[in-house]
Design a protein around this ligand. Structure first.
Ligand code: PHE
Length: 419
């Protein structure tokens, strides 16, 4: 579904829900085991995520990261003397459900801050609702630049704690170039704002650096057969294929590429980050590279302590959604405690002023477009996991050309963590 169609479908459903409240409450289902939000006594965070569907690990990991942050905020006395609580809705990976869930969290559950989504297409569906209702919205990991923009204007209530795709695309273009790769084919998900944007940013930077895009193919999320596109790509003899999609599709694409005898590495972005990539992709995805928000291999104590706490609670190494989800909730907590009161206006103002916040995924400073200016990492799939290769730091504002791709892992961050 295109973004435009997703929004209008949501608008129709919302009108309907408003008229027929009893019969037709929005269908976004509350996550199991969560009580009803009682406004006033506590500060409520509302999370919208894909807990089911093709990108279920995105929502699940983010929710785990947020829950850990909420508990840590509460163990330090909460924010503004109040305990924080979390209400989560599953959007099943659908933009129209994400819009319904955002409306429900705002109008019914009266949350103070909205957190989510991972996928840009779904954050794009939530953002106008946050703005219209003056409820601050922080996306942990949506990287498409349009998420925080309303045309030319920055959305006053929408923020992110991650970098944006003009930077992420540049990181991989530069990495490819430094590996001596001159010819790249692209395979993009045309129904996904993130994938289309990232493909375009990669393409333009790679060409600027003197590279050639030998073929540019499309697919749609959920497709099972990518043979036609891969067959068209093969005779062009690319030295890598850039696939800025989400993990399930990417894993299938890798398998089918190998079946067709295509041996070159695939390259991609943060949408690859899931244990499922290795599970489904197996041998086929080995030796491929992707850009991401953080690496669990980073020796910085802040990251290693976070991994320890997360592992103790969930028995798994946090992926980048868990880490950005944690950071988004922590930035929300920090902003609320700094805000002069708990109105949406005051909190939005405090979030916008976030500066040098020591997050797990880097030091977070928001720019005038409400984007975090921070580094990216390049990872290689090796032995069934993502192994750290390099860190890339933006020059000045996010989106600017990065420094040369460089190893080793970054040193400890300048400010001590608040926990
Ligand atoms: N950045 C992706 C998007 O905007 C989502 C994503 C973030 C996926 C982090 C995986 C990890 O759609």
């Amino acid at each position: 579904m295109s973004f435009r169609r997703a929004l209008s479908a949501a608008a129709v459903l919302l009108t309907f829900a408003a008229c027929e409240q009893k019969k037709s409450a929005p269908s976004a289902a509350p996550a199991a085991g969560q009580g009803s939000a009682a406004p006033g006594a506590k500060i409520w965070f509302g999370h919208v995520g894909s807990l089911t569907g093709q990108e279920a690990t995105f929502g699940d990991s983010t929710d785990k990261g947020i829950k850990l942050a909420v508990d840590e905020l509460n163990s330090k006395g909460g924010v503004k003397g109040k305990q924080v609580d979390l209400k989560t809705y599953d959007d099943q990976g659908k933009p129209e459900e994400a819009a319904l869930a955002a409306t429900r969290l705002i109008t019914q559950d009266k949350v103070t801050v909205l957190l989510g989504e991972v996928a840009s297409s779904r954050s794009l569906a939530m953002a106008p609702i946050a703005d219209a209702n003056k409820v601050p919205h922080i996306t942990p990991s949506s990287t498409n630049p349009k998420v925080t923009k309303d045309g030319e204007k920055t959305r006053p209530y929408v923020f992110r704690v991650c970098f944006i795709d003009p930077f992420q695309g540049t990181v991989m273009a530069k990495f490819a170039k430094e590996k001596g790769i001159k010819k790249v084919a692209i395979l993009r998900d045309v129904g996904n704002a993130y994938s289309v944007g990232l493909a375009d940013y990669f393409l333009s930077k790679f060409k600027d650096l003197g590279g050639t895009i030998v073929n540019d193919q499309s697919y749609k999320a959920g497709d099972q057969d990518f043979k036609a596109q891969l067959t068209a790509i093969k005779p062009k003899a690319p030295e890598a294929i850039y696939v800025p999609g989400y993990y399930t599709d990417v894993a299938l694409i890798a398998r089918q590429a190998r079946e067709l005898g295509i041996k070159v590495p695939l390259m991609g972005g943060d949408g690859w980050d899931s244990a499922k990539l290795f599970e489904i992709g197996g041998q086929a995805i080995e030796g491929s590279y992707f850009s991401n928000h953080y690496s669990p291999d980073d020796p910085s104590p802040r990251i290693q302590d976070f991994i320890k706490r997360y592992k103790a609670r969930y028995g798994a190494v946090p992926d980048s959604m868990a880490a950005t989800g944690y950071d988004a909730a922590m930035v929300a907590g920090d902003a609320i405690s700094r805000a002069k009161d708990t109105t949406g206006e005051a909190i939005a103002e405090a979030i916008a002023a976030t500066k040098d916040f020591p997050g797990v995924t880097g030091v977070i400073t928001l720019d005038k477009d409400h984007n975090a200016v921070k580094s990216a990492v390049v990872l290689e799939v090796k032995g069934g996991k993502a192994v750290y290769v390099a860190t890339v730091t933006p020059d000045a504002p996010a989106g600017a050309a990065p420094q040369p791709v460089s190893a080793p892992a970054p040193a400890a961050q300048p400010k001590p963590a608040p926990y």
